[in-house]
Design a protein around this ligand. Structure first.
Ligand code: TEU
Ligand code: CA
Length: 577
């Protein structure tokens, strides 16, 4: 016992002192609008985060990733920034932010900020200038193009490309004053910056240095794989329903992406220690992810890949399909294998854009606690850096949205409006939005059983889930079998055992695709993980070393034989002599 403790302390000190400290770290994402409100306006704020730091401390996480708190007209809930160096008054002040950084640091935690530089708000002074005239010095800071040859500006189909926006509709909006179109891969209020222009890159890098000088510890980079585009702007293959084209291959992973990321590292990160960088990369391949995270190439520590959160998408994300047994495990294994030797994985099941983990991949009714803890076990014991999305640590479920008017998200609302016009029924659309819409992740964190779940003394900007009467943090702190206390155990296991952070990963076939089993190995240490990802009991063949291994974590109180009960998770450890 004494020996184990000494060993784990030494290894922790070693890894936190090293440049690779983030390999044994656990990150917690705060979506500030829905975290905690201190002034009763119904919107979470920075002081609310400060007030809840004991919760994060108790959980044991190392890093907070804070979704945008910058000045914004909130067309996309803060992912449309009008001033990168100011805090939006709805969230607080720059002094509040400084205080948050200081408090986190005094508790040994770090703060990673969201960097949204594929686009700005159309209310950012850069864009206001850019749109003011054809010869404004900032004209070329964004993507301006004439109407398609032979088509009158503003007539249907005259947009410079046929691309469909992430938020439905064309990716181009005509600006009447100059008669040209500007590009926006997301909302018309989110014009894309032109990274081809070195002045744009300089401005972004200097803004990043300003934040790091202020004491923050890194960046989560929004859709960073979209910053380099094919400047020829070719059309995409048209969709039979909307008639618009999928431009993804032309605007994602463009020819200069890696050049820009390496330039950013030189201009911003070189010479600074102990930072964390993670790039959000929808549609990234394992090859691209490997190139981006290979330390030799000096780009990013890790990326968010999207394969596993697209497995249940049908014709769109709003047409969710059931997952066959084994499909999730196969996908995650593919990424473990691909990035194992050279790169590094981020590990996540949820964030502010995804439905709730336990509702999407688990059983949020009869087997709520079992499936929430099983999914957490599966994720946290893989090789990579785990990310917990706020509320996931108490097993929060998808929201309750009886009417169209209960939804808030621009992506869902635009999709609804567009698809109704294309012949879908309101019922079909609402069903899809309830299942996979982003608002599911954005309902207020459930702190206690009071009317607004302890989130606010006012009217929350989006409805609190009615299940907060029993599903809330304060009900879980004292309960040793709670989801919250299970997450605490997973986090401390990672801190204590290097085999979890950096050990090799190997999938183990136990004879049933519904059971995800794998082995982690580091020197003589071996960790064995088996998780039943289904509602039924499963009989499995455990391979040899498991017979003699010591059980170190389980989500059922008693252990019985080779049968894994619904959503049962078992973790065992052995040491080769
Ligand atoms: O998301 C980018 C992204 O590709 C998707 O996750 C997107 O949210 C949508 O669901 C696609 O169907 C990032 C941010 O995380 C998201 O909140 C922003 O809306 C988006 O970029 C634009 O900044
Ligand atoms: Ca507030």
């Amino acid at each position: 016992m004494t020996l184990t403790e000494t060993t784990s302390k030494t290894s922790l000190e070693t890894s936190s002192a090293s440049q690779d400290w983030w390999k044994s770290a656990v990150v917690y994402q705060v979506y500030p609008r829905s975290f905690a409100d201190t002034n009763g306006d119904g919107i979470g704020d920075i002081r609310g985060i400060i007030r809840k730091l004991d919760h994060l401390d108790r959980l044991g996480v190392d890093v907070i990733w804070l979704s945008p708190v910058y000045a914004s007209p909130h067309a996309d809930a803060g992912y449309d920034i009008s001033n990168y160096q100011a805090i939006d008054p709805v969230f607080g002040t720059i002094e509040d932010l400084d205080e948050l950084v200081a408090d986190l640091h005094s508790r040994g935690m770090k703060l990673v900020m969201d960097l949204v530089v594929n686009h700005t708000s159309d209310e950012h002074p850069w864009f206001v200038e850019s749109r003011s005239s054809l010869d404004n010095p900032k004209r070329d800071w964004y993507w301006w193009r004439d109407a398609r040859p032979g088509r009158g500006a503003g007539t249907p189909g005259a947009e410079p490309t046929n691309w469909e926006s992430f938020f439905s509709g064309p990716t181009w909006t005509l600006d009447e004053r100059t008669g040209q179109y500007y590009l926006h891969l997301f909302d018309p209020k989110q014009p894309d910056l032109n990274w081809e222009n070195p002045a744009v890159r300089d401005a972004v890098y200097s803004m990043m240095r300003w934040w790091l000088d202020r004491g923050i510890d890194g960046f989560r980079m929004d859709v960073i794989n979209l910053i380099s585009k094919d400047t020829a702007l070719p059309d995409g293959v048209p969709d039979s329903i909307t008639g618009r084209g999928d431009g993804f291959v032309h605007y994602a992973h463009g020819p200069r992406l890696h050049e820009y990321l390496q330039e950013m590292r030189r201009e911003v990160f070189d010479g600074r220690d102990a930072l964390l960088t993670v790039g959000e990369m929808p549609g990234v391949s394992t090859d691209e992810a490997l190139m981006t995270t290979d330390p030799e190439r000096g780009e990013l520590n890790m990326v968010f890949q999207f394969e596993h959160v697209g497995l249940d998408h049908g014709t769109s994300k709003f047409d969710p399909q059931p997952l066959e047994p084994g499909v999730l495990a196969d996908s995650l294994t593919k990424w473990q294998d691909a990035l194992g030797e050279t790169g590094w994985n981020s590990l996540y099941l949820s964030n502010h854009d995804q439905p709730r983990t336990v509702s999407r991949f688990g059983n949020d009714r009869e087997l709520w606690r079992e499936s929430a803890t099983a999914l957490a076990t599966m994720l946290h014991l893989q090789r990579g850096t785990p990310f917990i999305y706020q509320g996931e640590e108490i097993g929060m479920t998808n929201g309750f949205f009886p009417e169209l008017s209960d939804f808030r998200d621009v992506e869902s609302l635009n999709f609804y409006a567009q698809s109704l016009g294309l012949g879908c029924t309101a019922d079909q659309l609402l069903t899809g939005m309830r299942r996979n819409g982003r608002d599911n992740a954005r309902t207020p964190v459930q702190w206690d059983a009071t009317s607004a779940a302890g989130f606010s003394t006012g009217e929350p900007w989006i409805a609190v889930n009615p299940n907060h009467t029993w599903l809330n943090a304060s009900a879980q702190y004292a309960d040793p079998s709670s989801v919250f206390n299970y997450y605490r155990q997973l986090i401390s296991l990672r801190h204590d055992r290097d085999v979890i952070a950096v050990g090799d990963f190997a999938r183990v076939d136990v004879g049933d695709p519904a059971v995800f089993a794998f082995q982690r190995t580091l020197g003589a240490d071996r960790l064995l993980v088996a998780v039943n990802l289904s509602d039924e009991a499963r009989t499995v063949r455990f391979p040899d070393p498991w017979e003699h291994a010591e059980l170190i974590l389980a989500n059922y109180p008693d252990q019985t034989g080779p049968c894994l009960r619904p959503w049962e998770a078992r973790v065992a450890a052995t040491r080769k002599n």
